[in-house]
Design a protein around this ligand. Structure first.
Ligand code: ZN
Ligand code: ZN
Length: 419
């Protein structure tokens, strides 16, 4: 026998209960983002591969090991987007926002793809909600955003969490730091993995992302970038932390926090649970990327929330409304049942589920099924009630029932009763 079909390794089906939980969070976060002036901007899943080489960096793990690339039928090298910032910057430039809305803020929601080792909460196709703020050089961008995320995570009921923050400095700071890092690495190069050896020559900062234990041990002793900040970067970071304190955003300075992408400058952050573990959200400032992708010099800051990981630690939302089910006892009454279900659906708010029984079976078995499906009320089309122009109305919780004309029921439902 043929093997059963299964979802591709590293992907998953979003099942109804998880989808409801996700939808509740998305409603909360997009509402807050819109309130704070962010507008939705969605880019395609496919981009030219060179966009990520240029932005994320040709030496990053993300580009060298994790990106899904392929040639299309015309031989163009395309990539399934591994992250959302570069495509958004591409769109920001392509649609001339630099000209008519240089300080625009955007958010996006969609799947990203990375060929990573699948593990708990980490998938090869994963869902990210991200935001980008363009054209603000000062700490307002990062301070306001972290405050907003702090508020959203609190409202969503995320258990004890914190923002780990660091400054990676400007390009000048990073060059100085890179030189010092190379000096540190050189006498220790023998202990590093081949990837790090290659990186240490091309882009020493990327050595800090290595996940190999031996490398991590050596680099745990390396100098940190914070020691090499220029006066302007030091002041920027000081002011950022001052804003966080004033806004009561729970944060922790982590001088070893580097993000595995080349474009970050100055403020970077990750959101983690107080007990540790993988980041639930992360981001940072990227003051050079817009220019590096061909636009005018434009400072920018962005964040992304990893929705699978976040969902795995958020509490369950309160249960939705239980529904109303129309039951009919004789096959001949199907047309009347369909007419009624439509009237109810039109009269009641869309949040109230109104369903019709799939077939005319015994009342007892239909009631049992309605209870199993979580219905709170049933309306029974019985021959005697129909002859009187009424239907039988039964509350499955209390067991009370009453026979009424449909109009009266609709009015009652609209006015008070929770179905
Ligand atoms: Zn600097
Ligand atoms: Zn290494």
């Amino acid at each position: 026998m043929e093997k059963r079909y299964q979802a591709v390794r590293g992907t998953y089906d979003l099942l109804p209960a998880a989808a409801r939980k996700l939808a509740a969070f998305l409603k909360l976060v997009t509402g807050r983002l819109e309130q704070a002036g962010f507008q939705e901007l969605e880019t395609p899943v496919l981009e030219e591969a060179r966009l990520f080489n240029r932005s994320v960096g040709p030496d990053s793990d993300l580009v060298t090991k994790e990106m899904y690339t392929f040639q299309d039928r015309k031989g163009r090298l395309l990539a399934l987007r591994p992250e959302g910032t570069a495509p958004l910057v591409r769109a920001y430039l392509e649609h001339d926002f630099t000209y008519h809305a240089p300080q625009a803020r955007f958010y996006y929601l969609g799947p990203m793809f990375r060929y990573d080792r699948p593990q708990e909460g980490r998938y090869r196709q994963f869902l990210q909600l991200g935001g980008e703020l363009f054209g603000v050089a000062g700490v307002q961008a990062e301070s306001e955003t972290l405050d907003l995320l702090n508020r959203v995570f609190n409202l969503a009921g995320l258990p004890e969490f914190r923002f780990e923050v660091n400054s990676l400095g400007c390009r000048a700071c990073q060059e100085e730091y890179g030189r010092r890092l190379s000096e540190f690495i050189e006498p220790r190069a023998g202990g590093l993995c081949p990837d790090c050896l290659r990186r240490s020559k091309q882009n020493p900062l990327r050595v800090l992302d290595c996940k190999v234990d031996a490398c991590r041990k050596i680099l745990g002793q390396a100098p940190v970038v914070g020691g090499f900040l220029c006066p302007a970067c030091r002041e920027h970071h000081r002011l950022f932390l001052e804003c966080l304190r004033l806004l009561e955003v729970p944060f922790l300075e982590n001088p070893r926090l580097v993000r595995g992408l080349d474009y970050y400058t100055r403020s970077v952050f990750e959101v983690t649970l107080a007990g540790g573990g993988n980041a639930l959200a992360a981001g940072g400032r990227y003051d050079n990327l817009v220019e590096e992708l061909g636009g005018p010099a434009t400072p920018a800051f962005g964040f992304a929330i990893g929705l699978e990981r976040l969902m795995s630690v958020l509490p369950e939302p309160p249960a939705g409304r239980a529904g109303l089910r129309i039951l009919y006892l004789e096959a001949a009454h199907l047309p009347e049942a369909l007419r009624l279900v439509r009237r109810f659906r039109e009269a009641l708010p869309v949040e109230w589920p109104v369903t019709v029984a799939p077939e005319a079976r015994s009342l007892k078995s239909q009631l049992r099924q309605a209870a199993r499906d979580g219905c709170r009320m049933v309306a029974v089309l019985g021959p005697e009630e129909l002859a009187r122009g009424e239907i039988l109305w039964r509350d499955l919780e209390s067991g009370r029932q009453v026979s009424l004309p449909p109009e009266t029921m609709i009015e009652r439902l609209k006015n008070d009763a929770q179905p």
